[in-house]
Design a protein around this ligand. Structure first.
Ligand SMILES: Cc1cc2nc3c(=O)[nH]c(=O)nc-3n(C[C@H](O)[C@H](O)[C@H](O)COP(=O)(O)OP(=O)(O)OC[C@H]3O[C@@H](n4cnc5c(N)ncnc54)[C@H](O)[C@@H]3O)c2cc1C
Length: 453
């Protein structure tokens, strides 16, 4: 006789983990099924550690990215306040605060934006490759200043918002207009360890924050186990069978599990379970790890030419501080040449920007895989995505690690029609050890500095 669960979640990345936890805390019996030896070892291990509050997405003309990300903050404060590490608070002045403790999910250090000005060589019309590229340059030359003004207006509105107020932030902040614009938030860039000209870059302090992803993963796992959820690692799901009763039977690795509802959060393997695999789009995106850290700042070089962007966040593992450097570099994973080019472009840009890179003890690149699903009319696809694939089968993609919280809530609401439970019960962190492992970048640093341990 196979085991039976109310909900089976296939894929134990951050999306599957957050969803499994949300159902388990509401009293549902849940099985989280993962093919690897530990949870969060694929895209969720390769991500940059950048928690998005919408600061970066303020540059886009559309409002919905910003609205989705601010809604995610509201969701966190409403439904994740039971976690000690969920350290988004409303201060006495009505502004967000990020008190620090040993379990904090977010670090209270801003990510800064170095916005290029029209004088930057990126806009040099003599330097272009192909006519379409020239068209792109002309377009951005004409529109960049407007985009920057909007970016600043939205930032000002974020800072002005009183989180004790009655109108939800996700409705109020994105409605930024020209009255919210002020040049005061834009200062000279004086970041000493970066070779980006202060004459062609202006600095804006953003409201995104670096995150401690491993603490979020530990806490969600503690809550999942605390609510009686089961985790099956080393279990690759091969197929899902529909039973005459309408329930589903999930087969894989010599195990069969029966479930009332199935949520598939299989990341770049999602296409395997969807009727139209071509709806799933995967891109390879490189990151560079450098040790010791090559800058003390968390920042983004913001340019409309994504292939010239660069961003930097530093992290620490066992007291070793290292840099994680990325940018708008990506390629079709099946095109080896394009992938190699993306890695080279990132390395070239990084060596231009960080003088300390040539003195680093090691610099190593790795590839992460970003998954998107092509939207159908009427579907939300701007950041996270939920699609009913069959009667009791749902496919999900978070779009960002950050958005797994809203994704978990909305998946729960859509499947059950109920409001989520708020209370969580955490087992001791030691009980999660069998299910967890390092992030990709932390592992690289540990391996390359092993003799220093
Ligand atoms: C380079 C890079 C940088 C990024 N930086 C950021 C960032 O700074 N901030 C941010 O918010 N987001 C970031 N992201 C996005 C973020 O990493 C992803 O959106 C998120 O981690 C995806 O989570 P997931 O659970 O959907 O996928 P995954 O983490 O890939 O999890 C899917 C899981 O399903 C399992 N699985 C697949 N098939 C099966 C099967 N048949 N049976 C059992 N298990 C299966 C896999 O083993 C895997 O564990 C970044 C992504 C990349 C690639």
């Amino acid at each position: 006789m196979s085991e039976r669960y109310d909900v089976a979640v296939i894929g134990g990345g951050i999306a599957g983990l957050a969803i499994a936890e949300m159902f388990a805390r509401a009293g549902r019996s849940v099985a989280l099924i993962e093919k690897n030896h530990a949870l969060c070892q694929e895209a969720s291990a390769s991500q940059h550690g950048w928690f998005h509050f919408g600061s970066l997405y303020s540059i886009f003309p559309q409002n919905h990215f910003l609205r989705t990300l601010i809604r995610n903050i509201e969701n966190l404060m409403e439904c994740y306040a039971g976690f000690e590490g969920m350290n988004i608070r409303i201060g006495r002045n009505g502004q967000l605060a990020f008190p620090q403790n040993l379990a904090s999910w977010l670090r209270d250090q801003p990510i800064e934006y170095l916005l290029i000005t029209r004088k930057d060589p990126d806009f040099d019309l003599r330097d272009y490759a192909g006519l379409s590229n020239l068209g792109r340059k002309i377009f951005f030359t004409a529109t960049w200043e407007m985009a920057v003004k909007q970016f600043i207006s939205r930032h000002n509105r974020f800072w002005k918002y009183d989180w004790r107020g009655k109108v939800p932030a996700s409705e109020w902040i994105p409605r930024a207009g020209w009255l919210d614009y002020s040049r005061d938030v834009m200062t000279e860039h004086d970041l000493k360890d970066i070779s980006l000209s202060p004459y062609t870059h202006k600095r804006v302090v953003g409201y995104d924050r670096p995150m401690m992803a491993h603490r979020i993963i530990i806490d969600l796992t503690r809550a999942l186990l605390g609510a009686g959820g089961r985790i099956f690692t080393n279990t690759e799901v091969e197929n899902i069978e529909k039973l005459p009763s309408g329930e589903m039977m999930i087969h894989g690795a010599g195990r069969s599990v029966r479930a009332g509802q199935v949520v598939i959060s299989a990341g770049k393997w999602l296409g395997r379970f969807l009727p139209r695999a071509e709806d799933v789009k995967v891109v390879a995106s490189p990151l560079l790890v450098a040790y010791p850290a090559v800058s003390e700042h968390h920042f983004v070089r913001m340019t409309p030419f994504v292939e010239k962007s660069v961003n930097h966040i530093w992290h620490e593992v066992r007291g070793r501080r290292y840099s994680l450097i990325g940018g708008g570099y990506y390629a079709d994973p099946n095109d080896a040449q394009a992938v190699a080019r993306a890695v080279e472009d990132l390395k070239r840009m990084a060596s231009r920007v960080f003088p300390a890179l040539e003195r680093a003890r090691f610099v190593q690149s790795y590839l992460g895989y970003k998954t998107e699903v092509t939207a159908r009319p009427g579907e939300r696809n701007y950041q996270y995505f939920i699609r009913q694939a069959d009667d009791n089968v749902w496919a999900v993609v978070p779009g960002k690690f950050t958005l797994s919280f809203s994704l978990a809530l909305d998946t729960f609401r859509r499947i059950t029609g109920e409001e989520p439970a708020r209370a969580v019960r955490l087992v001791p962190a030691e009980e999660t050890q069998a299910y967890l492992d390092f992030t990709e970048h932390a592992r690289i640093v540990m391996e390359n500095t092993a003799e220093a341990a």
